[in-house]
Design a protein. Structure first.
Length: 305
């Protein structure tokens, strides 16, 4: 038997994947009875997991209201900025509903540091990883204090000596209980941020090559000083061991900062040649690359690589 429940709504928004009924005009008794039926169905052991998720959504829709937020501004740019802020607030609210909240301002991350102190790593590599995470947990609070123009190290030390949600209110330049001040972060946001950062860091630690953009226009290989200082800076201060900025690469004239060597697979063919390769052999290797037929290599000193 099919039972049809006829009711009235003030507005219906029907899309390709969903239908939203607004301003419903059902009686309170009928609504409560329907919610009770859905809750009973949710508690039924025979209900499948995917059906439970849908039932929770329906119960939430029937028990909660729908708010319409009107955003205005003097220009499209201002309206777009306000809309982004509202979307961020809505997403943060949804995340807080799912997993709760923690004190903001980096305080929650600082409270995690004592837990790291209790860990007993099996080797030096694990200890190094713990130290990296410990230092990273201090950075949010440190950055907030630095942007506020105060002694960041002193702020971090004072917050760490506190307990619970005691932290630094940068707007008022005061120390207080942050949850009472409304300075909070969704637990899900803090947790996923830390997990994602750890995932990316572990990926980079096992990656042989990372491609990134330089922070200045100086060519790290062919700079004014031979490229040694610039290359070391680009590699995060790594010592090149007296390679002299790889001056031998300058002999490859007309290659536009080696921009046309994309087909060499990271210089795999050149790196694979022996130290006794002659200029003629190097010429043959370079000319074999598409687009490099007119390039001439002269006076290559393999001892400089």
């Amino acid at each position: 038997m099919i039972v049809c429940m006829i009711f009235q709504v003030g507005e219906a928004i029907i899309g390709k994947d969903s239908t939203m009924l607004l301003q419903g005009k059902s009686t309170p008794e009928t609504l409560e009875r329907r919610i009770k039926e859905l809750e009973d169905e949710l508690q039924d052991p025979a209900t499948k997991p995917e059906q439970r998720d849908r039932l929770r959504q329906r119960i939430s829709t029937l028990t909660n209201g729908v708010a319409v937020i009107h955003i205005g501004g003097t220009s499209e740019v201002e309206v777009g900025e306000k809309k982004d802020r509202v979307n961020d607030a809505l997403n943060a609210t949804r995340a807080a509903i799912e997993e709760g909240i923690v004190p903001g301002g980096g305080t929650a991350l600082l409270r995690c540091i004592p837990q790291l102190e209790d860990l007993e790593p099996d080797n030096e590599d694990l200890q190094l990883g713990i130290d990296i995470v410990r230092n990273a947990l201090r950075v949010p609070c440190l950055t907030i204090a630095r942007n506020a123009g105060v002694d960041a190290a002193m702020v971090v030390a004072k917050v760490m000596n506190g307990s619970d949600d005691f932290g630094y209110d940068a707007m008022r330049d005061e120390y207080a209980m942050l949850i009472d001040r409304g300075i909070i972060d969704p637990t899900k946001v803090v947790r996923t941020a830390l997990q994602d950062a750890a995932g990316v860091a572990s990926l980079l630690s096992t990656t042989e090559v990372v491609i990134t953009e330089l922070r200045d226009s100086k060519d790290p290989l062919l700079g004014n000083d031979g490229g040694a200082a610039a290359l070391e800076e680009a590699l995060g201060g790594m010592d090149l061991g007296g390679m002299g900025g790889m001056e031998a690469l300058a002999a490859l004239g007309g290659m536009g900062g080696m921009g046309g060597m994309g087909g060499m697979g990271g210089m795999g063919e050149m790196a694979g040649t022996s130290g006794s390769s002659s200029a003629q052999e190097m010429n043959e290797a370079v000319k074999s690359i598409p687009g490099m037929e007119d390039v001439e290599v002269h006076d290559i000193d393999s001892s400089q690589f």
